[in-house]
Write a protein that binds this ligand. Structure first.
Ligand SMILES: Nc1ncnc2c1ncn2[C@@H]1O[C@H](COP(=O)(O)OP(=O)(O)OP(=O)(O)O)[C@@H](O)[C@H]1O
Length: 292
């Protein structure tokens, strides 16, 4: 695939470029108040943006709007034609082999060669002829990523793509996404509940609340990023504050068993606030940041 995709490193992009995504005044109402309420957002070419916010605040609704999977909302939406989405579930067609899934709908004379190149990039060449149901969860998400990449997207929409994976696979997938982003430089919008994931991967975090972008926070950290770095820790505190999470309360109290399933007291309170304690993928000794 490298023959066809741009290889502009994110760092060498021009400082001023036209946004690849520009939405203004989006309003979406499912009959119970505005989920999107005049939301505006620009994404620069090659940028990596994390989209955070409490459960039910409208993150997936915004992403589906950008993927054009929902009917057009009120407001203006400018998007590139070359878009791809990866969801929490891989959504592979079970009766088609992996390679066929990757190239499905691709109108290109060398679609198969491109599909194979994309599978090689995600480390899945050896599973090209496999049936989706024989893949592990991580392999299936790699196939979903290959299916997105082969379309050479200028906009890559990721809706909690690692949420269903175990901690180790999740870490590997985060590394893979960063590598692919650096190699191909699409604009990425990553919906995540995991503050650490946002800080590991993104250069900007936008926080949604009340149907709008409530906070827009640059993440100017050098890569590779480490959980224990002072800049990382400071930004984590800032993001948690924007999200209304009481960091002290979550990280300093000893777990107390309070119910038959073994939930601890801070976790129970966090869930009541729409927050799940997280911290997977952390090196030993690093403080766990909650996932939303
Ligand atoms: N098709 C729909 N019909 C009716 N209500 C919907 C529909 N899609 C979303 N909603 C409602 O809109 C609100 C926002 O949902 P959305 O899935 O965008 O939130 P979210 O921030 O992605 O949540 P989570 O983090 O829990 O995935 C919720 O109250 C949801 O019930």
């Amino acid at each position: 695939m490298s023959h066809a995709l741009s290889h502009i490193p994110a760092s060498s992009k021009p400082a001023y470029s036209k946004p690849v995504v520009s939405v203004r005044g989006l309003v979406r109402n499912f009959g119970n108040g505005n989920v999107l309420d005049g939301l505006s957002l620009d994404l620069e070419p090659g940028s990596f943006t994390a989209l955070l916010g409490r459960s039910g605040c409208g993150k997936s609704t915004l992403l589906r709007t950008l993927a054009k999977l929902d009917p057009a909302p009120e407001g203006s939406v400018q998007l590139p034609e070359e878009r791809a989405v990866v969801f929490q579930e891989p959504r592979l067609v079970p009766w088609m082999r992996v390679l066929r899934n990757v190239t499905l709908g691709l109108r290109h004379p060398d679609a198969e060669a491109r599909g194979l190149a994309a599978l090689a990039e995600v480390g899945l060449s050896h599973r090209a002829r496999a049936w989706p149901l024989t893949l592990s969860g991580g392999e299936a998400q790699r196939a979903a990523l290959a299916r997105a990449l082969v379309r050479e997207p200028r906009l890559l929409l990721l809706d909690e793509p690692f949420a269903a994976l175990d901690a180790l696979t999740r870490m590997r997938m985060q590394g893979l996404v960063e590598t692919l982003w650096r190699a191909h430089a699409p604009a990425v919008l990553l919906v995540t509940h995991d503050v650490d994931e946002a800080l590991l991967l993104a250069d900007r975090a936008v926080v949604m609340a009340n149907g709008r972008i409530a906070a827009d926070i640059p993440i100017p950290l050098a890569r590779p990023r480490r959980h224990g770095d002072p800049g990382f820790i400071a930004l984590r505190s800032r993001l948690l504050a924007e999200l209304g999470v009481d960091e002290e309360h979550l990280s300093t109290r000893e777990p107390q068993r309070t119910d038959a399933r073994g939930a601890d007291a801070p976790a129970t309170e966090a869930r009541a606030a729409g927050v799940k304690p997280g911290g997977y993928g952390l090196p030993a000794g690093a403080a766990a940041a909650p996932s939303l």
